[in-house]
Design a binder for this molecule. Structure first.
Ligand code: HPA
Ligand code: ZN
Length: 340
């Protein structure tokens, strides 16, 4: 498309990228060797980089992907592992004119392996500061609670982060910019995490939640009503509920849409089925994101270009998408002004 060079030059913000989802098969095998971690012998996918990529290309669902995603976690042990993972992502994002990014991570899945939140934060912060100085990209970090674990495990993890003053709203220079919720969705309605999100809100912590990826529009509505989510991650099934779309538009709730992820996890058969046009018609704000780029074979630049190829958006529409992405970011207004 003639718009591809414009889409490269467009100043971008990313709001939906899981740090652990940027672990490439190459880095996975290298860290496994360095850290003496054994990978599942019984799964032929782990025979080589190539066979792992081939398996990633054949995901059948969110849960099928999550199985591999959590095995990948096992190779991440030290602060330098997290620094390398973070810097590799940030430099690639900066090379695609991503000016600001908000990165998710899953603390519970590291704590259960004996890796402390401070190890992850330390590694990310070192990379974030270097990338900001050297490449001009700003980055924030957002922990996601995990829906496949008992809610008590979420409560304990959130309580620890709160006690340690890790959130920026807590006034002590905390590095965590907000709270998220992710992992398996079906049969895990947002309401279960209501008390934890209420405690976050009481502490001035921003809130976002994965919803409407595999789950119904009702889960998106619950994320708004019960969690007071300020953004919705994915949100594609919100398109099934006219009234909900109006509410999202009126309340200026930004959806962090991940069209290539939706294709790769079989939420849609074709990227054209992602309700991008519907969101535009209804005035629902959204940003475009890579989700787990190393697993889905597309970083944000490819996501922008594949979206353009599918929908043929106008230059004005792309300008609006880019502005909404800046506006929906959780950086301060000064930083927003620098990006646009
Ligand atoms: N959905 C839910 N949980 C996740 C995802 C996702 O797309 N990526 C990483 N964890
Ligand atoms: Zn996600």
């Amino acid at each position: 498309s003639p718009l591809h060079s414009l889409l490269v030059a467009l100043p971008k913000c990313e709001h939906h990228m899981h740090l652990e989802g940027s672990l490439s098969p190459e880095l996975l095998f290298r860290l496994a060797a360095k850290n003496s971690i054994s990978l599942p012998q019984s799964d032929p996918a782990f025979e080589s980089v190539e066979s792992l990529y081939a398996r990633y290309a054949a995901f059948t669902s969110l849960d099928d992907f999550l199985g591999y995603y959590y095995i990948g976690f096992s190779v991440l042990l030290t602060q330098s592992d997290f620094e390398e993972l973070s810097y590799t992502y940030l430099s690639r994002a900066a090379s695609s004119n991503v000016r600001h990014t908000e990165v998710f991570f899953d603390p519970q899945a590291h704590l259960s392996r004996g890796v402390a939140v401070s190890t992850i934060i330390g590694g990310f912060q070192a990379a974030s500061q270097r990338a900001e100085t050297e490449l001009g990209i700003s980055s924030l970090l957002i922990p996601c609670l995990l829906r496949h674990l008992p809610v008590e495990n979420s409560a304990a993890c959130f309580g620890e982060m709160l006690s340690a003053n890790l959130f920026s709203s807590q006034g002590s220079g905390g590095v965590l910019a907000g709270l998220g919720l992710c992992s398996t969705e079906i049969a895990k309605p947002p309401s279960v995490w209501k008390d934890i999100f209420a405690l976050a809100e009481a502490n001035g912590i921003r809130r976002t939640s994965h919803a409407g990826e595999e789950g119904p529009a009702e889960y998106v509505a619950k994320a708004l009503d019960d969690l007071h989510a300020m953004r919705i991650d994915h949100g594609v099934h919100a398109a099934d509920d006219e009234g909900l779309l109006e509410k999202l538009a009126v309340q200026k709730i930004m959806l962090t849409v991940c069209p290539v992820s939706n294709v790769r996890l079989r939420g849609v058969d074709d990227i054209k089925e992602v309700p991008i046009r519907r969101f535009l018609e209804k005035g629902v704000r959204f940003s475009l994101n890579s989700d787990d780029p190393a697993y889905f074979g597309a970083y944000i630049q490819e996501v922008y270009c594949q979206t353009e190829d599918a929908f043929g958006l106008s230059v004005d529409e792309w300008g609006m998408i880019a502005r909404n992405a800046v506006e929906g970011s959780w950086c301060d207004d000064t930083r927003k002004g620098e990006i646009l």
